[in-house]
Design a protein around this ligand. Structure first.
Ligand SMILES: [Zn+2]
Length: 717
């Protein structure tokens, strides 16, 4: 239910928006979703139809399931407007949902997959599976979360033991021990504010690819951003006043007297914490997060906290090495543990205890939580349905249990095998492309190939799932289930500290359409949720699979070798492996693509900024080039079949163009062009202009609007 804010720049783990909406990927179950203003106007992007017709599907055969004949506009000439040729029918008939600013394949898949997950979970609720089976845990977690009358009847009794522990804090050592008990698995490299004063992420070191280490994060503020506390404008002051009123309301609901002055002191403590947070600009520079601290460094560099008591109750008494992402915040919170009155800390802890568990506490608490985090912070007018929150909570607590149920029904081993075969072709194609790169020195190529060989790619679902057998889920005990799930992940984290680095540990739920690139360790993951029609069809056409999902995967893989990925080596350790000369040549090639992108103007006063979208556009280009090579490899020298009058080459490029279809409001288009690192979908589709095979497939010739002379086509990869 709470606010885990995504980092503005992501150095270590990329939730690439090419496939993944990063907001859908969250290690933590307690994230608030944002809601969009209601806008339903569409933006016409393109020239009117030319009146002529071009190759089209002549039977009802789907090119890929869900992308049929009627999705295309055969009156558009491919060489003039390939996006409309591929998507014109879909764009014309699709209506922007009233509650959205944009709608595309990803949004469609996210909604339909969520519906599937909902049905699966509800089946688990009614089946009454054997105790300790995966289905029992999933069903009982969800049912307990939905059982609001049971939750209401318990009142705040479930918090009693924790409240007593807070009340018993009498000195700094006890305070430190209590704070240590809150250290938990609630952050990852996409997060900037942990739910407690310090957050924990277990991952390999920045320079150590063998051992897992505890990565420690700043956290503990209730407003989303450090700047919310530092903003001196009247808007900033107004937001803080509303937050203070919210704190007071929660304290009052929890039965504490003098809630107003206590709320003011809690806000003041948080403001002190926020003042020590690292600025957002630091998040863009991963080298600033690479701070290896020995256990004794905490006493010397960050005096105040009784660190021995802290780490003992966190289960880390014997841990010698840590990675401190934001030293200023660790130093800051430690100093505050000594300088601020114990009674103020206790009120802070009481308030945040209630907030942390608001989703499994009575209605009045939930309503107050939503009034601030939903209405004030995100402008939402209506709380999400309880069933939606229950799905999120169940996924958050039992992500891989739900994932097992999902893949059992929707992603058979044959689908995984077929996707893995595609990945093998993509890697073979990358190998050949890297060998032929004109801008990369032979020495750097050696490093790139070593990194490619070591790259771990998870497809569909993990080979081995998290073992939940020690997590007891009891129907009717929503609070206890959440507590036990948190303790389960903490025990698991502590165990992982004693285990070697495992690059096959999945960082995303397979039942969520998404992809994640981990630079450290060197691995990428593509969920079963993203590998479904129209991106990927296990029983469908190979050309379309490679043109759609294949190009998406190849896009992501390119990031491991581009300006983002060259910061990490084959084993995910920090250290640039490009030379300055490689970089200069790369930039020179890339500048040509930026010029191409600058010329895309959906409106007279609105043009794409080539520099801003360059990195992602280079990845799009790599994606289609490499996926096309891989498609050719998959044919093993044989000609592809003709389906519905379309050759394999035509289906490949059509599927590529169809993966970018999107409708959005004018406001959303403007926002995308001014702030997003990805250009609008139609221009991503136009990447084909740089691919020789596309000219041949659709007979594109000089004079066509999208035509580029062979010597001016951009390669890079
Ligand atoms: Zn990307």
């Amino acid at each position: 239910m709470k606010r885990i804010r995504l980092r503005k720049a992501v150095p270590l783990l990329v939730g690439c928006a090419a496939m993944l909406n990063p907001v859908t990927y969250m290690a933590n179950p307690r994230s608030n979703s944002t809601s969009s203003p209601l806008i339903s106007s569409l933006t016409p992007f393109r020239m009117p139809p030319s009146g002529r017709t071009f190759p089209r599907l002549i039977t009802g055969d789907p090119v890929i399931r869900g992308a049929t004949n009627s999705d295309m506009d055969p009156s558009a000439k491919p060489g003039d407007d390939f996006y409309r040729y591929a998507n014109g029918g879909w764009v014309a008939r699709t209506v922007l949902p009233a509650d959205r600013q944009g709608y595309d394949t990803r949004a469609m898949l996210t909604a339909s997959t969520r519906e599937r997950v909902h049905r699966l979970i509800q089946d688990a609720v009614t089946t009454h599976s054997a105790k300790d089976s995966v289905a029992q845990k999933v069903g009982d977690y969800y049912a307990s979360f939905m059982d609001e009358s049971s939750i209401g009847s318990k009142g705040l009794a479930p918090l009693a033991a924790e409240m007593a522990a807070i009340a018993a804090i009498a000195n700094k050592t006890a305070l430190s021990a209590y704070l240590g008990s809150t250290l938990n698995h609630e952050v990852d490299a996409l997060t900037s504010n942990a739910d407690h004063v310090i957050g924990l992420w277990v991952n390999q070191g920045f320079e150590d690819a063998v051992h897992n280490l505890p990565h420690l994060w700043q956290g503990g503020i209730g407003l989303p951003d450090r700047d919310n506390y530092l903003d001196t404008s009247s808007t900033g002051a107004e937001l803080r006043a509303k937050y203070q009123a919210h704190i007071a309301a929660v304290l009052k609901l929890a039965g504490f007297a003098d809630s107003d002055p206590r709320a003011a002191r809690i806000l003041s403590l948080e403001a002190h914490m926020a003042g020590t947070f690292a600025p957002d600009s630091d998040a863009a520079d991963v080298f600033k997060q690479n701070n290896l601290w020995k256990r004794r460094d905490f006493d010397v560099k960050a005096p105040g906290m009784d660190w021995e008591a802290y780490f003992k109750s966190a289960g880390l008494a014997k841990q010698s090495d840590f990675v401190v992402w934001q030293p200023s915040a660790i130093i800051g919170v430690s100093a505050l543990a000594a300088s601020e009155a114990i009674e103020e800390w206790k009120d802070y802890l009481r308030f945040h205890l209630v907030e942390h568990y608001a989703s499994v506490l009575p209605e009045a608490i939930k309503a107050e939580h939503f009034a601030f985090y939903g209405m004030v912070l995100t402008g939402a007018r209506q709380a999400p349905k309880r069933s939606e929150a229950a799905i999120d909570a169940t996924n958050g607590a039992l992500g891989q249990a739900v994932g097992q149920l999902y893949t059992h029904r929707y992603f058979p081993p044959e689908a995984k095998a077929k996707a893995q075969a595609m990945v093998r072709d993509l890697l073979t194609a990358y190998h050949a492309r890297i060998l032929n790169l004109s801008w990369m020195s032979p020495q750097t190529k050696g490093k790139a190939l070593a990194k490619l060989a070591a790259l771990e790619i998870g497809v569909g679902f993990p080979d081995s799932w998290i073992d939940y057998s020690t997590l007891n889920i009891v129907r009717g005990d929503a609070f206890g289930n959440m507590r036990r799930a948190e303790a389960f992940y903490h025990r698991r984290d502590l165990a992982r500290l004693r285990q070697p680095v495992d690059p096959v540990e999945w960082p995303l739920d397979v039942q969520v359409p998404g992809a994640v690139i981990m630079f450290s360790p060197n691995a990428e993951y593509f969920s079963a949720g993203i590998l479904q029609p129209p991106y990927f069809d296990c029983d469908g056409d190979t050309a379309s699979n490679y043109g759609s999902a294949g190009a998406g995967m190849a896009h992501e893989i390119s990031h491991s070798f581009d300006e983002l990925g060259n910061t990490y080596d084959a084993r995910g350790r920090l250290g640039n492996w490009w030379t300055d000369e490689d970089r200069a040549k790369f930039h020179k090639e890339a500048a040509k693509l930026a010029t191409q992108l600058d010329a895309y103007c959906p409106q007279r006063d609105l043009c794409v900024n080539g520099k801003q979208v360059l990195g992602e556009s280079i990845a799009d280009l790599a994606g289609v080039l490499v996926a096309h090579d891989a498609y050719v490899l998959s044919l093993k020298g044989k000609p592809d079949v003709v389906i519905g009058g379309l050759s394999g080459e035509q289906r490949f490029f059509l599927a590529f163009a169809q993966r970018w279809r999107k409708i959005q409001s004018e406001a959303a288009l403007r926002k995308q062009i001014t702030t997003d690192t990805h250009p609008p979908g139609e221009y991503r589709s136009d990447t084909v202009r740089n691919v020789d095979g596309w000219y041949k497939a659709f007979n594109v010739v000089p004079g066509d609007r999208l035509y580029i002379k062979p010597e001016d086509r951009v390669r890079i990869w």
